[in-house]
Design a protein around this ligand. Structure first.
Ligand code: GRF
Length: 218
């Protein structure tokens, strides 16, 4: 990295496989990328996402929540650790922890999450199973600014996939995940290009408030 590197510094929080992290690392590798991943933090030791970071030469840390007596103490330590990377954006990519209001407030307007459903449908867990049970014809994923409401912050962009007759949970999850890998880097690029903003609890894009989520990625 040169001293004049002015790409947006992104910290990615993970809990597992890190395929969305991989999509960000791959996009950041392209010479035209407006962002770079400057740190990865996992709340679980030994996960595949940590190997992905290491292979890319990105510093990673484990902060295991089981070592902390409560959520607030963990979140205080997590905020300090994330701050130590001096990020312009924090990305929750499969980070399976509920965050305290204090943590969310600290990173307000500069933290996004990827969620595997067409929010506000299917907030929380087991989204693919619930989409199949509900019999929806379309499913997908959303990237939203993080607010204190779980999976409830203003949605920036979504990607849609069809639900097909013989889908089971795994098949549908894989179809959505492949599209997440396009959606998330696109949103991070927009943020890095200063086209995206959280203002008055709304998403602004290119200086105008959005009426609804943008559709990705054609
Ligand atoms: C993704 O489906 C993401 O939307 C959800 O958890 C999954 C993480 O996958 N929050 P990975 O760790 O990025 O492979």
């Amino acid at each position: 990295m040169s001293a004049t590197d002015d790409r947006l510094r992104v910290v990615v929080l993970i809990s597992g496989g890190g395929t969305n992290l991989q999509a960000l690392l791959d996009r950041a590798d392209s010479p035209a990328s407006p962002f770079r991943v400057c740190g990865v933090v996992s709340n679980r030791p030994g996960v595949r996402g940590l190997e992905r970071a290491e292979r890319h030469g990105v510093p990673s840390r484990v902060l295991d929540h089981v070592d902390f007596e409560d959520r607030a103490t963990f979140d205080t330590a997590l905020a300090e650790l994330v701050d130590s990377f001096d990020p312009g954006l924090v990305v929750l990519a499969g980070f399976m922890r509920i965050l305290t209001a204090g943590f969310v407030e600290h990173f307000a307007g500069r933290m996004v999450n990827i969620h595997p459903s067409l929010l506000p449908e299917f907030q929380g867990l087991h989204t693919h199973r619930r989409a199949l049970e509900a019999g929806v014809g379309e499913h997908g994923a959303s990237v939203h600014f993080v607010t204190a409401e779980l999976d409830g912050g203003p949605v920036i962009a979504q990607v849609r996939v069809p639900v097909l007759a013989n889908d089971d949970e795994d098949v549908l999850a894989a179809r959505v995940l492949a599209e997440e890998h396009r959606l998330l880097p696109q949103v991070v690029c927009w943020f890095a290009e200063q086209r995206l903003e959280l203002r008055d609890d709304r998403v602004w894009f290119d200086g105008k408030p959005l009426d609804g989520p943008m559709r990705c990625c054609d």
